[in-house]
Write a protein that binds this ligand. Structure first.
Ligand code: SF4
Length: 697
């Protein structure tokens, strides 16, 4: 009964980067129903995850007491999350925190601070992300701290910082209301950013021209005026060909280029090498379609470009984003209403966690660890003298460093690398060989099953704190129910650990952390805790205490030394691993509407698990017929890194030489197969392309 509740609490959906505001309806201290409310990103709308995906917080598997591994208990996936006491014993908070801090301090004192690294989480609040990176940086004196942004939009941010001067979006996705043309590339928003997709659909209903580009046909293509189903890995050739046409046919916005950009002449020269007639074979799109697409985008009065992991998760991910930035710049499509560059963020706080400094090369607000003035500023505010000026290791590099003995232990907060990272056999071996591992989470995840100590955390509906969505909107999350039994909010656990590691921390509430962030992060100017409590959301930058924030930025110049954005040419770089006789097809991975990342939450959500209960992959029906495989049969997928068996579905959207594999299922874990080869700039792995063999089982 949707009317039968005691109270309602306004908060933020814990899943995707859209950041829908929700009203949590509570009865007898239990969330019983969720409604969308009028947030700036969702205007009352919710998708199936936001509306029905909340009851994982009541699941029997919730961690309710600190756990310490029993003497001699084997590490690994042999622990049943329903019965962790086979391998762990319960402990008091004092005992568990002392044990965790002593274990990490022993590694620090024996091997040096850089023997301990940290993964924070994009599912935690801004304050928790900030505290986590501060603990690693000041407690251990290095920058080996990262989180899932590395596997999400690290390459996009790398290209944006390089060429635009800021890693965040230049316009909210809602600005598509003011556009007349838009490109959505390497993204499946109807499944992965469903509420944002509703704005895209409304845009086409008003007559907006929607250009969808993806190797996999997605349901958004039903709304598209142009659908370019390019060959996997053919993105740079396709985008360069489109830009070639715009330059060759004089469709550029010359006034904008002259006023706001640099390096255009080099770019124009570079593009001469990519005529559509030469690129058609490489990218799989006919030359005339490339020309028509270029003319359509350039003819728009206001155009936006949206992209997702289909663009970013490649060894040439940064080059892909460089092309998209150049395409927007050459057509004058940044800085006005209805224009913009928008990498759609994955997790609900991946923008905020990155802003808060949970990345190894930047302190909060992307201030370089190599800048002496920045180090002086943070040292003074934090009262320390041990900040490192060396960029730290990234997610994949940290696991490599465990293998080669440089890193001996980790503090992992809310991340599940035993499922989410590429080549998880390698990752699980690293987790097993660590001398000491602290895991902090709401469930005994696959990663926590390797830990020496497990600290039970509060879920989103049980905690206070701010999160920042893909639109740069800082929003207030509020607790609706208490955490189960002895579980605690992540910020509290990190503070207690820090104290035991010798840090002089006195925080008693997230608002104090937010105030400290405000002193160090200009992006938070005019955004105060009390303002967020009153208004729920403020978009940054906010120019005054009354300004709701700027939906579109950079109309008056870019945050680079000369105020100009830069064109950076991109050459064609092949995928790290091409199909061959042994592995003749292409594997690509992604998400499904109902399941979220490693499945730890959504597979424990009753409705979502009922709708999509089984591990699956998708292949083209023609390929299945040729193999003599029926939809619903099991197939074996094998790459150079591993093999899984999984049920196959027929999908005409998947190209004949491709397999699409969601990564939420532990019983058929996609990352057993993925390629850890890295983009050299963003250090993101090529999870969108691996050579694979498919066999009937
Ligand atoms: Fe939650 Fe994203 Fe769905 Fe909104 S679109 S309800 S933020 S999962």
């Amino acid at each position: 009964d949707t009317q039968d509740y005691d109270r309602e609490v306004e908060s933020i959906c814990p899943f995707c980067g859209v950041g829908c505001q929700v009203s949590l309806r509570v009865k007898d201290d239990k969330v019983v129903y969720v409604e969308g409310i009028n947030g700036p990103a969702n205007e009352g709308r919710l998708c199936v995850k936001g509306r029905f995906g909340f009851d994982y917080i009541n699941h029997d598997h919730r961690l309710t007491k600190p756990l310490i591994r029993k003497e001699g208990a084997p590490k690994g996936l042999n622990v049943d999350p329903a019965n962790p006491l086979t391998h762990f014993r319960e402990a008091t908070w004092d005992e568990a925190l002392d044990y965790a801090a002593n274990g990490l301090a022993k590694l620090r004192d024996t091997y040096g601070g850089d023997a301990v690294s940290g993964f924070g989480s994009a599912k935690c609040t801004n304050e928790e992300a900030y505290l986590f990176q501060k603990l690693i940086r000041t407690g251990f004196g290095h920058n080996n701290v990262d989180h899932c942004t590395r596997l999400c939009h690290a390459s996009s941010v790398s290209a944006l910082l390089e060429n635009v001067g800021s890693g965040a979006v230049t316009a909210t996705f809602n600005e598509i209301e003011n556009a007349d043309v838009a490109i959505v590339i390497g993204s499946n928003p109807i499944e992965n950013h469903p509420v944002a997709a509703t704005y895209f659909k409304q845009f086409t209903k008003r007559g907006g021209k929607l250009i969808v580009m993806d190797p996999r046909g997605t349901s958004l293509s039903r709304f598209a005026t142009h659908m370019l189903q390019f060959k996997p890995g053919g993105d740079v050739s396709m985008l360069n060909a489109i830009m070639h046409v715009i330059a060759e046919e004089g469709l550029t916005d010359d006034a904008y280029i002259a006023k706001h950009t640099e390096n255009w002449e080099a770019m124009r020269e570079h593009l001469k090498a990519f005529p559509p007639e030469d690129m058609a074979e490489i990218c799989g799109i006919p030359a005339e379609t490339l020309r028509e697409t270029a003319r359509t985008f350039a003819a728009g009065k206001a155009g936006m470009i949206f992209w997702g992991m289909g663009i970013s998760q490649h060894v040439h991910g940064t080059d892909n984003s460089r092309c998209l930035i150049s395409l927007a710049l050459m057509t004058g499509n940044v800085g006005r209403s209805g224009t913009g560059l928008h990498p759609l963020r994955g997790q609900n706080n991946v923008q905020g966690a990155s802003d808060a400094g949970l990345i190894p090369m930047f302190l909060p607000d992307y201030k370089s660890v190599k800048d002496p003035a920045v180090l002086a500023e943070f040292s003074a505010e934090w009262g320390v003298d041990n900040l490192s000026d060396q960029p730290g290791l990234t997610v994949v590099e940290i696991m490599d460093a465990v293998h080669d003995g440089r890193i001996k232990g980790m503090y992992i907060l809310g991340e599940n690398p035993a499922m989410s990272d590429p080549d998880i056999t390698h990752v699980r071996e690293a987790l097993e060989r660590m001398e000491f591992l602290v895991s902090q989470d709401i469930f005994l995840t696959e990663t926590a099953s390797y830990a020496d100590v497990v600290l039970p955390a509060a879920a989103f509906a049980e905690k206070t704190g701010t999160v920042s969505n893909t639109n740069r909107q800082v929003q207030m999350g509020r607790p609706a129910v208490p955490p189960p039994d002895e579980a605690k909010e992540d910020w509290w656990i990190t503070v207690e650990l820090a104290k035991r590691l010798g840090l002089d921390w006195t925080y008693t509430h997230p608002s104090e952390v937010f105030a400290e962030m405000g002193r160090l992060m200009p992006s938070l100017n005019n955004i105060t805790w009390s303002r967020l409590e009153a208004q729920n959301a403020v978009t940054y930058p906010s120019l005054s205490p009354e300004d709701p924030g700027q939906a579109v930025v950079f109309g008056d110049g870019f945050p680079r030394a000369n105020k100009r954005a830069r064109f950076t040419p991109a050459a064609i770089l092949p995928p790290a691993e091409l199909p061959d006789a042994d592995y003749p097809m292409v594997l690509t991975t992604g998400r499904q509407l109902e399941h979220w990342h490693t499945g730890s939450m959504t597979r424990r959500a009753t409705v979502l698990d009922a709708i999509e209960p089984e591990a699956n992959c998708s292949m083209n029906p023609k390929t299945l017929r040729e193999m003599g495989v029926e939809p619903g049969d099991m197939v074996r997928l094998t790459t150079r890194r591993g093999s899984i068996e999984v049920m196959v579905r027929a999908d005409y959207g998947v190209a004949e030489n491709m397999v699409f594999l969601p990564f939420a299922y532990v019983e058929a874990a996609a990352n057993m197969l993925t390629n850890p080869a890295l983009d050299p700039y963003g250090k993101i792995a090529e999870m969108k392309f691996a050579a694979v063999k498919v066999e009937r089982t």
